[in-house]
Design a protein around this ligand. Structure first.
Ligand SMILES: Cc1ncc(COP(=O)(O)O)c(C=O)c1O
Length: 415
């Protein structure tokens, strides 16, 4: 009987010894195109056309008027916040269970992130808890489509409209995902994507800001490159600086990779969904393991396949599960075990230059507290959630091993 199988972590025979499939995989076309950029020698968006080509292709694919490429997702979000004029003394509402890359851009703008608890099943910000967090200082709602699943945008849009707040979508994990037939990232005032190496589409490092608002786009474009007055032709520069800007530009090498990823996006998301469906079917039969939620009408991008442990059924926490599944030879990771606001950097309000700035900023005048117990669902998810992988290089035998490994671990820890 399965329950008697000795776990690999306890010295038993692992389910699998073969290495886990690599991701991302690049093509010969990618290699050729990188070579072509190098031979061309124009590696920047200032000197060459490649980044612009990628932006135009991205805008066309995502059916948005404007796309602005950046060096990563954090800087795309920072540009979004800065272009909206959000700064010292302002608050932005973010989920308590997400990657730190959602909240850091708020602090980069010298504003303060206000954390709201999430929904246990979707892992996304809980709209029912947003209103209580809105103050006269709130300027924007910054929901995340975590793991690739759309946040509850209808409720969030209604709150944004009611309170006159900007809606910024953190779509860094959700390329190609949809909400009621509409592409994630296009439903708010601005959307932001990351192209980090393991993302649904990648340029190695990279990011993209999208918006239909021409004025906002122009502001973000200026801020992306040293607040420099814009030129119309590539290769030209004015050295006139009219805004406090940064250097968040993407290089042509990253853009060349991005151009090749775009036509593959649909197929990659479809494969992720097929892999997820296979895992779901296998894991639904394992008592104590709760596969990720799907929402009718919303296409999941399946950046990660995040399961939850039912601790009424299993005597098991997420970190123990991850160690045991990994020992069986199957890739698994915890999912944000510490809620973001309970990370030391927030608990101790570690700010700029060793001070508590911007929390203690005189323009702010409030005293946020980052206390255990304030975000109980995020804390619970941290103890119960673990990640399995569904990236496109994973095939059925790998998924079979993943189901077997999880079942073996669950059987061992059943109450
Ligand atoms: C939800 C979320 N927001 C923001 C980011 C920041 O993106 P990057 O790492 O490209 O800066 C990431 C990804 O890493 C993310 O997952």
């Amino acid at each position: 009987m399965a329950a008697t199988e000795k776990l690999a972590v306890m010295g038993g025979k692992p389910v699998r010894t073969a290495p886990w499939p690599k991701w991302p995989l690049f093509t010969e076309q990618d290699v050729a195109d990188l070579g072509a950029v190098l031979r061309d020698g124009r590696l920047t968006s200032i000197t060459g056309p490649k980044v612009r080509e990628f932006e135009e292709a991205f805008a066309a694919k995502f059916e948005t008027r404007h796309a602005l490429a950046t060096c990563n997702g954090v800087t795309a979000l920072h540009l979004a916040i800065a272009a909206l004029g959000i700064g010292p003394g302002d608050e932005v509402i973010v989920p308590a269970h997400t990657f730190i890359g959602t909240a850091i851009p708020v602090l980069m703008a010298n504003a303060v992130p206000v954390f709201v608890d999430v929904d246990l099943e979707s892992f996304n910000i809980d709209p029912a808890k947003i209103e209580a967090a809105i103050t006269e200082r709130t300027k924007a709602l910054l929901p995340v489509h975590l793991n690739g699943l759309a946040a509850d945008l209808q409720a969030i849009q209604a709150l944004a409209a009611k309170h006159g707040l900007f809606l910024i979508e953190d779509a860094c994990q959700a390329h190609g995902g949809q909400y009621r037939g509409r592409t994630l990232g296009t439903l708010g005032r601005i959307g932001a994507f990351s192209f980090f190496e393991d993302k649904v589409m990648t340029t190695g490092e990279g990011g993209m800001l999208i918006t239909d608002d021409a004025a906002l786009y122009e502001r973000a474009r200026r801020l992306r490159s040293y607040g420099e007055e814009l030129v119309t032709s590539i290769g030209e520069r004015k050295y006139e600086h009219t805004a406090l800007g940064f250097n968040y530009r993407m290089s042509a090498l990253n853009a060349a990779l991005g151009l090749n990823q775009l036509p593959r996006l649909e197929a990659m998301v479809a494969k992720r969904n097929r892999n997820a469906a296979y895992l779901r079917e296998g894991l639904e039969k394992v008592p104590g393991i709760i596969p990720p939620k799907e929402v009718p009408g919303c296409r999941h991008a399946y950046y990660k396949f995040v399961c939850r442990i039912d601790r009424e059924v299993l005597e098991l926490d997420a970190l123990t599960a991850v160690e045991a599944i990994k020992a069986e030879g199957v890739a698994a990771t915890p999912r944000y075990p510490t809620p973001l606001p309970l990370q030391k950097v927030f608990r101790e309000k570690i700010g700029y230059g060793g001070t508590d700035c911007p929390y203690g900023c005189r323009r702010y005048g409030r005293e946020p507290a980052f206390l255990t117990g304030s975000w109980p669902v995020a804390e619970r998810i941290g103890k119960e959630a673990f990640v399995l992988l569904v990236h496109p290089s994973i095939e059925e035998p790998d998924l079979q091993d993943a189901v077997r490994a999880v079942r073996k671990v669950a059987d061992h820890y059943r109450k």
